[in-house]
Write a protein that binds this ligand. Structure first.
Ligand code: CA2
Length: 149
């Protein structure tokens, strides 16, 4: 069975660890990628981990994941709150999606309380920093296990 999880990150997340540590912590995106890699090894999953600042590129990646991956973990960053196109692409992929945010978006500005992704996601994890990515992988491992049992 395909056990590849596509982990995709939206705009400005390449700046993690360099600015706004009070909101996003001290870890860099490379640290989070390494953490996900270690978790995936323990859970028997494969991962592809990417980040882009270009919405069209993210859409192309989601389209391409359909026949290659078994699930998507996405931190759409600011596009969470703006992009119907990303929501539509995720639906079209027919893959299970887990939405992750490092910060607790519900404790922040009202415009961050709306997500175009949440209602089509299997689940949403926010406010737990990089642990959210690990939790999403752990959930996929259980989900795939149940499918093969
Ligand atoms: O909490 C999250 O993970 C967010 O997806 C992060 C987005 C924000 O727009 C969402 O509302 C919540 C912002 C990512 C920008 O990351 C930066 C990291 C360091 C310095 C500046 C921006």
């Amino acid at each position: 069975m395909n056990r590849t999880v596509f982990i995709i990150n939206g705009p400005n997340l390449n700046l993690l660890g360099t600015r706004e540590p009070a909101t996003y912590g001290h870890e860099t995106l490379a640290d989070i990628a390494a953490l996900c890699g270690r978790s995936a090894d323990k859970l028997g999953l494969k991962i592809e981990f990417r980040q882009t600042n270009h919405e069209g590129e993210l859409l192309d990646w989601i389209h391409g994941a359909r026949n290659r991956c078994a699930g998507i973990v996405i931190n759409p960053a600011a596009w969470t709150h703006t992009s119907v196109a990303i929501r539509d692409a995720l639906v079209a992929s027919e893959l299970p999606v887990i939405e992750v945010h490092l910060s607790n978006v519900h404790k922040r500005e009202p415009f961050r309380h709306l997500s175009f992704v949440s209602s089509i996601a299997v689940g949403v994890i926010c406010g737990l920093g990089s642990h959210g990515y690990r939790m999403a992988l752990s959930h996929f491992a259980e989900m795939f296990q149940e499918r093969t049992a």
